[in-house]
Design a protein around this ligand. Structure first.
Ligand code: GAL
Ligand code: ZN
Length: 674
């Protein structure tokens, strides 16, 4: 297990480096990540490589037992390259080229830039392939971050036209499948097709009214850009792999998604890695991105950038400092949730540049303070926990399907102002975790059969294959819960001229009647029959009425003009059960519905009550259960365990009741059954 920091020796004079490395040794870390913005140091003039600024740092760290991840610096093409080849610049959705002077100012499709990127990646890999202290390579830095994943330069335009031609064959076929007859947008040939100017990228303004452009063309543009970014990433991977078998990866932005399909992107890399900056002041850390990470890589993932503190910030506002104990807890929580590597961003506050005075582990004066000591304490705990974490893993019985195509389609054509696909998936995830259930977040492509309960939130765009697989899963005994918007669109992002949920009416035993968004004044009360009684709660986001066609209605509208109409159904299909939920539910009511599905699937739950503000991550150590318990609250919290466990960190048994201090954690191992 690797624990460490990002570090920028290219910023520093020798004396400061000496000071910092001594502190790193004291910190007890074993990994440092370097180089991702330093092209101008690696190759100060074209073809002249220089590693003398980095080699001694790697050597000195190595001598102290600290390994290095070397990054390719392609997020920052140097001034000489931009001067020589201004055509490599990224062009945004207003048609404006991003000038030199920031970062990520390049087009990932530009062939000249691809060649330069390949060359610098190869040079770095060749130099470090056999360095015993270099442990792995990182490609670029946060591909597509800061609105750089949807380039509109002439190269991209031509490439997109060719991409469409390869996909559709003829322009007539494209016109048909995209419904371009609408508003008379029919094309005569591929050369007429413009890149959509509207965008789903975070923090990027729309260039024209968002609803003007053809949604099918827009979805294809998202796919094309995601694929192009992956191609760019993989060309660097190939450059590196020609020299070494060491792990190669890149740092994704996790669920703060930059609209690259990470399920696809990481098929070609050795490990899923992402960056995560949760707030550490009062609330809980969401483990939803970690569950997604496990779904992407099916093994331990890496956090190449992880929060380090507060103070000044890059994004136009400062950042709160962690509550005492929260930084230490956050690192251990990430490892418990499946990380094999965590590197804080970053070691010591920068005096200059866009991120001047930003958060770090050590303040600008180089004096260790509480954040330093918390990282040190986490490193100590990690040493104790490593053997048990390495030999234990997740065996979750419940999966939530997360689908990039539905995410993109819902961003292109949103259904309701307050509805966000990622947050909705997270809401369901967190409700399940609150019920003491372990959850994986997976793609539709993943084998469903290993799960007892599968949940598909707002699966708006579905392929026939995905539908077949869901049916097969339920038919052979699985429990499925789909929410509203199931199968509304086909992969061309067209509505289907059939009853909703299209192609799934037999599986769910219902047809959807009327649909509409829910706004505050139209919210209804929903009554759910749990078998043991009726529970009620409000609805939100989206409302569908269900017409039973074989299914049993277990939920109905309890007021408004829809009173008595169906909204939640349960259907037996083969030897399994399929639930359909036609609206968003208030948290407690959602929990009641989830409980029904969990019961049907005989899903195991954490054997003790999990108080509010506490999270339990359950892993298997051989046949024994390992419960990793985190108190995210700023007060002490008692947990009634009801049985004896072994406390891994203390190395001693614990009784039936434990009290966790504020931001405390406990690793509880079930006693061996002999
Ligand atoms: C990340 C980026 C880092 C740094 C950080 C904010 O998105 O990869 O280089 O800018 O945000 O401090
Ligand atoms: Zn471009």
């Amino acid at each position: 297990m690797f624990y460490g920091v990002s570090y920028y020796p290219e910023h520093k004079a020798q004396a400061e480096i000496e000071h910092d490395l001594a502190l790193m040794k004291e910190l007890g870390i074993n990994i440092v990540r370097m180089g991702e913005f330093a092209w101008c140091k690696f190759e100060p003039r074209e073809g002249e490589y220089d590693f003398t600024w980095l080699d001694p740092v790697i050597a000195q760290l190595g001598a102290n037992g600290i390994q290095t991840i070397v990054c390719t610096p392609t997020a920052c093409p140097p001034a000489w390259l931009v001067e020589k080849h201004p055509e490599i610049l990224y062009v945004d959705n207003r048609g404006v080229a991003r000038p030199f002077g920031g970062r990520r100012h390049y087009c990932y499709n530009n062939p000249v830039y691809r060649e330069y990127s390949h060359k610098i990646a190869a040079a770095i890999a060749a130099h470090y392939a056999d360095n015993p202290y270099v442990f792995a390579f990182q490609i670029d830095n946060e591909l597509a971050q800061e609105g750089t994943g949807r380039c509109r330069c002439p190269v991209c335009r031509e490439k997109f036209q060719k991409w469409l031609q390869a996909k559709y064959g003829t322009i007539a076929e494209l016109n048909r499948r995209m419904g371009t007859i609408f508003w008379g947008q029919t094309y005569d040939h591929f050369g007429q097709i413009n890149l959509p100017v509207n965008t789903i990228e975070p923090n990027t303004a729309q260039a024209i009214p968002a609803y003007f452009e053809n949604p099918s063309l827009r979805l294809d543009f998202e796919r094309f850009c995601s694929e192009s970014n992956i191609e760019y990433q993989n060309s660097q991977r190939d450059a590196i792999k020609a020299y070494t078998d060491k792990p190669v990866t890149t740092n994704a932005t996790g669920l703060a998604t930059n609209s690259i399909d990470y399920f696809k992107a990481f098929q070609g890399l050795d490990v899923y890695a992402f960056d995560y900056y949760p707030s550490l002041r009062d609330g809980a850390i969401s483990s939803f991105p970690y569950a997604h990470a496990r779904g992407v890589c099916r093994k331990g993932f890496w956090l190449l950038e992880f929060v380090s503190g507060g103070g000044h910030g890059l994004w136009g506002s400062g950042r709160l400092q962690p509550y005492p104990g929260a930084l230490r807890q956050a690192a251990i929580h990430a490892f418990a949730a499946g990380a094999d590597l965590v590197a804080h961003f970053q070691f010591r506050t920068f005096p200059f540049g866009a991120e001047q005075l930003n958060y770090a582990i050590v303040d600008i004066d180089g004096i260790p303070r509480r954040r330093f000591y918390e990282v040190q304490a986490a490193a100590r705990d990690l040493k104790k926990l490593s053997p048990i974490l390495k030999n234990s893993h997740f065996v979750n019985e419940v999966a939530v399907c997360f689908d990039y195509e539905s995410l993109w389609a819902l961003k292109i054509k949103p259904i309701a102002r307050d509805f966000n696909y990622v947050d909705f998936c997270g809401e369901i995830y967190h409700r399940l975790v609150r019920l003491g259930v372990g959850v994986d977040v997976i793609s539709f492509g993943r084998d469903l059969e290993q799960y007892k309960v599968v949940i598909v939130p707002a699966p708006m765009v579905m392929s026939d294959d995905a539908k077949r697989r869901l049916k097969h899963y339920v038919y052979s005994g699985g429990v499925l819960l789909s929410t509203f918007l199931a199968g509304v669109k086909d992969p061309d992002n067209l509505g289907i001229a059939e009853s909703l949920p299209c192609g799934l009416t037999d599986l769910f035993g219902i047809r959807v009647g009327e649909v509409e968004p829910v706004v505050e004044r139209t919210a209804a009360t929903i009554a759910l029959d749990t078998g043991a009684g009726t529970v009620r709660g409000g609805n939100k986001y989206w409302a569908e009425t269900l017409e039973p066609n074989g299914a049993e209605l277990i939920g109905t509208y309890a007021d408004t003009f829809r009173e008595g109409l169906g909204v939640i159904s349960r259907n037996s299909y083969g030897s399994g059960t399929a639930y359909y939920l036609g609206t968003g539910l208030a948290p407690e009511l959602l929990a009641e519905l989830l409980k029904l599905a969990l019961q049907d699937g005989s899903v195991s739950r954490v054997p003790f009550a999990v108080p509010e503000g506490v999270e339990v991550l359950a892993r298997k150590y051989d046949q024994r259960n390992l419960y990793c318990v985190f108190n995210f609250r700023t007060e002490s919290t008692a947990v009634e365990l009801g049985q004896n466990f072994f406390d891994v960190l203390q190395g001693s048994p614990v009784g039936e009741r434990v009290v966790l201090p504020p931001k405390g954690y406990l690793f509880l191992l079930e006693e061996a059954q002999n």
